[in-house]
Design a protein around this ligand. Structure first.
Ligand SMILES: Cc1cc2nc3c(=O)[nH]c(=O)nc-3n(C[C@H](O)[C@H](O)[C@H](O)COP(=O)(O)OP(=O)(O)OC[C@H]3O[C@@H](n4cnc5c(N)ncnc54)[C@H](O)[C@@H]3O)c2cc1C
Length: 593
């Protein structure tokens, strides 16, 4: 069976030695001492490995089934979801007033990674519920919050997000689902939504669908979209279960991965819906939780790569093929384990350096979300809004690549379902598509976020990186050479790319859009470079002051040197591509393809 151990030490190093959450003035952060974090990670890791993980392969093989209008989840999912409920894991960062534990979002982000590593399909039920509950918390009336939140926080009811329709995915302005006002203040929702994750299932008695629809007579396009709450089972005024709403599951999709999570066609046939937030401001309501949801998907990218990596390490130490080029390392055995080969090491180092840097980036993002929300800090809000498409797009593109690298270490056995490696690549693949396809994340970054606030957020990012370089240079020759010099080059590549867009996009907007994915990756590497520099510095300081964990900190420094030397220089190639503009990309007539 696939192995997994929650990366507790890695998480604690990032939280306490790099992000220094103990020194933070964000409400709730000072309560997060090592003991508490270790207890939470330990417990979540235990549920993950004991309950979620054993159902990962079986859930993938068995999948979900639609029979008599109801979706049945794989065997064991109901019991496992009860464990989420029993531990109140769904409400970790929800207000205590609604039954939550009132912790900062950063803790929820940690739970998300661990549960997703162990079983992404199962973790999604809770993740989607969290997203829907966050929208109700941010935009609901007091009555709506009181009706839905306690159940959703406890995960007695789950939530869904209904945006996509057959003719509209990225371009939501093409939406056709209608919501017609009724005399009692409710709306009648009619239309078809597709690809709705966890649209129906047997884990809970009720499902709270959040549905985007247009109120007739409203503005055209995206400006006419509003958000509605349409429960599967209507809720009476006294809170008891009412009539079944007019929403049915048309079919469940047959798909590449996440087989344990039903992807549903949902038919709304005059279903009762209640306006959430203001009319025609549905997209604004959706966007308030977009940063959080996209960060969650970035974290899923890491999650699949993490479990794939852990198993690849095990296999690389076990599988014997060939001899080390410098002479046999295990002459008593018929061959050496494949971990002796430099090409296997390269693949493992790529994965290890991505995972540790990526996790630090996600947790920094979560800290920025907490700073923005709990301290009402507009600068943190601007910065996380800029970095969110990078976290989502870059970390999931790379995360998928890393699952493939882990699979490759198994040779042909990686392609055979029995070993589990194939499932990680299949499950990771969706993270590049949902919550906005990665090409569209890049578009959002270059077309919208870069210029937001007159470019103040990207300038703030530049200042953070150059501030780190200035503040740490000249203190340690090796750190300067291994870490700061490559980071300086990466920053200068990022600045040059931003400058290129400023100078060339006005002449021809295709110049910016043709370079958007390269820019997202250039930016992603720069963020990782910053994270590795911060981690490298923290590890070095720890080595100077305390030798208890010397091996851990030495390994950290070495892994960071690898990222800086072998991965970060990718920024140069991305810059070159960006500067080549749109000409070669757009030169062919569509008919030539
Ligand atoms: C398993 C699964 C689960 C999902 N869960 C949900 C869910 O719970 N709720 C929900 O509402 N939706 C869900 N989705 C839908 C998902 O969010 C969409 O598939 C996604 O947003 C892309 O929309 P689309 O498939 O219509 O692709 P399109 O919008 O048709 O895009 C096709 C391609 O064109 C690119 N593209 C589109 N516009 C542009 C542009 N202007 N410039 C450059 N490139 C562009 C895209 O990047 C993409 O590569 C799910 C999908 C799947 C497969």
């Amino acid at each position: 069976m696939p192995q997994y151990i929650a990366p507790a030490k890695e998480i604690e190093f990032v939280l306490f030695d790099v992000l220094k959450i103990g020194d933070s003035d964000i409400p709730g952060y000072t309560d997060l001492d090592r003991e508490l974090v270790s207890a939470v990670v330990g417990e979540v890791g235990k549920i993950g490995t004991d309950i979620f993980l054993p159902l990962n392969t079986s859930g993938d093989t068995e999948g979900c089934e639609l029979a008599n209008g109801l979706v049945r989840t794989p065997t064991g999912f109901k019991h496992a979801f009860q464990a989420v409920r029993d531990g109140s894991w769904g409400g970790l960062d929800m207000p205590e007033a609604y039954g939550g534990q009132g912790m900062p979002y950063i803790m929820s982000s940690i739970v998300n990674e661990i549960f997703s590593s162990c079983n992404q399909s199962l973790a999604m039920f809770q993740g989607l519920t969290h997203g829907a509950a966050s929208a109700i918390l941010a935009h609901g009336t007091e009555a709506q919050k009181a009706t839905y939140l306690p159940h959703m926080v406890r995960c007695d009811w789950t939530g869904t997000m209904n945006l996509t329709e057959p003719q509209c995915g990225t371009d939501l302005g093409l939406m056709r689902t209608k919501a017609v006002p009724q005399p009692d203040g409710s709306y009648q929702v009619t239309g078809q939504k597709i690809f709705i994750s966890a649209g129906d299932h047997d884990l809970t008695d009720n499902i709270i669908h959040l549905v985007l629809a247009k109120i007739p007579g409203g503005p055209d396009g995206i400006k006419g979209v509003s958000l509605f709450i349409a429960p599967k089972v209507l809720v009476n005024e006294d809170g008891s279960a009412g009539a079944r709403n007019a929403v049915t599951t048309g079919k469940i999709e047959t798909k590449m991965g996440i087989h344990g999570n039903p992807t549903c066609v949902m038919n709304y046939d005059g279903a009762t819906g209640y306006l959430l937030g203001e009319a025609h401001k549905g997209m604004r309501a959706m966007f308030t939780m977009m940063n959080e949801a996209r960060l969650g998907v970035g974290s899923q990218g890491i999650a699949q790569a993490e479990i794939a990596y852990q198993n690849a390490v095990y296999y690389a130490k076990d599988r014997q093929q060939g001899r080390a080029v410098n002479g046999a390392q295990h002459p008593d055995q018929p061959a050496d384990p494949i971990i002796v080969h430099p090409d296997i090491r390269r693949a493992l180092m790529d994965q290890k350096s991505y995972l540790e840097g990526g996790r630090a980036l996600v947790l920094w993002g979560a800290q920025l979300i907490d700073q923005a929300h709990l301290n009402k800090d507009p600068d943190a809000d601007g910065l996380i809004s800029l970095i969110t498409p990078v976290i989502k797009g870059f970390l999931t593109d790379e995360g998928y690549d890393m699952t493939v690298k882990a699979q490759q270490i198994y040779g042909g056995h990686g392609y055979i379902e029995e070993w589990g490696m194939s499932q990680y690549t299949r499950d990771a693949r969706i993270t590049m598509i949902y919550e906005g396809a990665n090409g569209v994340q890049a578009l959002d970054l270059v077309g919208r976020k870069l210029a937001q606030g007159g470019g103040q957020h990207i300038r703030a990012f530049f200042a953070i990186v150059s501030g780190f370089i200035d503040g740490h240079s000249g203190k340690d020759a090796d750190f300067d050479k291994s870490y700061l010099t490559p980071l300086k080059t990466a920053l200068s590549d990022l600045q040059a790319a931003a400058m290129y867009f400023m100078q060339n996009a006005a002449k021809n907007p295709n110049n910016a859009l043709a370079g958007s994915t390269d820019f997202m990756h250039l930016f992603g590497h720069c963020c990782m470079g910053l994270m590795w520099a911060r981690m490298g510095w923290a590890a070095q300081q720890a080595l100077k002051s305390d030798t208890t964990d010397a091996a851990f900190h030495e390994t950290k420094l070495t892994t960071g040197r690898y990222y800086m030397a072998r991965r970060l220089p990718a920024t140069g190639l991305h810059l070159q591509r960006i500067k080549s503009g749109a000409d070669t990309i757009m030169a062919l007539d569509a008919a030539a393809f």
